[in-house]
Write a protein that binds this ligand. Structure first.
Ligand code: ADP
Length: 182
């Protein structure tokens, strides 16, 4: 399923095996790994990514990467070139700035991707796992941020939204505008 003349695509898949110039990691503020997609990325990518994360943490973010911000590392053994680590918000009912923090996480990851000239970028569904952000509400934020970016910039040329299950993908699709006609 695609939008914006094919520049945005939603599909199911495992982001650790996905071929894109850059993939996004739904990290936590420690940058030292965790469960879910974060754990999967570090397991599949090997120790080089963690070593870089540790260095970034020590030098630039001794108190942790703030929610909504993003940093970039190499990709170790993964098939992509870069991993962009961002921290999505924990859902606390919707009145604690969650929407703008989720938007910031998507936007700052986009900016990191553009800085290294990534043509293709893949996101997992940030915050919708352990962090509990409702998938329907997340979809609206994702659309707002990504469609604005794609309307005004040529890079990335293409953005993929990777869902781990068909269920997650279909909740997302229910909350998106009409896709491109194919
Ligand atoms: P968060 O802590 O930001 O909620 P999680 O890792 O718990 O992050 O979950 C984010 C989303 O990533 C969830 O929808 C989960 O199903 C999905 N996910 C988990 N593993 C993978 C993977 N290997 N590839 C793509 N998505 C994944």
């Amino acid at each position: 399923m695609t939008w914006l003349n094919g520049r945005l695509e939603a599909l199911t898949g495992d982001i650790t095996t996905f071929h894109a110039d850059a993939i996004v990691n739904a990290a936590n503020s420690t940058l030292l790994g965790g469960g879910g997609v974060d754990g999967a990325i570090h397991r599949a990518g090997g120790p080089d990514i963690m070593a870089e994360c540790r260095k970034i943490r020590n030098i630039s973010y001794p108190r942790g990467l703030p929610t909504g911000e993003a940093v970039i590392t190499g990709a170790g053994r993964l098939p992509c070139k870069y991993v962009i680590h961002t921290v999505g918000p924990v859902w606390k009912g919707g009145m604690r700035g969650e929407e703008s923090l989720l938007a910031a996480a998507y936007r700052n990851a986009l900016e990191k991707a553009a800085e290294v000239g990534a043509h293709t970028l893949a996101y997992p569904a940030i915050s919708t796992g352990v962090y509990g952000y409702p998938a329907d509400k997340a979809a609206k934020v994702v659309w707002k941020v990504l469609s604005a970016r794609l309307h005004h910039h040529n890079l990335p040329e293409k953005i993929y939204l990777l869902f781990y299950s068909v269920n997650n993908l279909s909740t997302f699709l229910d909350n998106m505008p009409q896709p491109d006609v194919t």
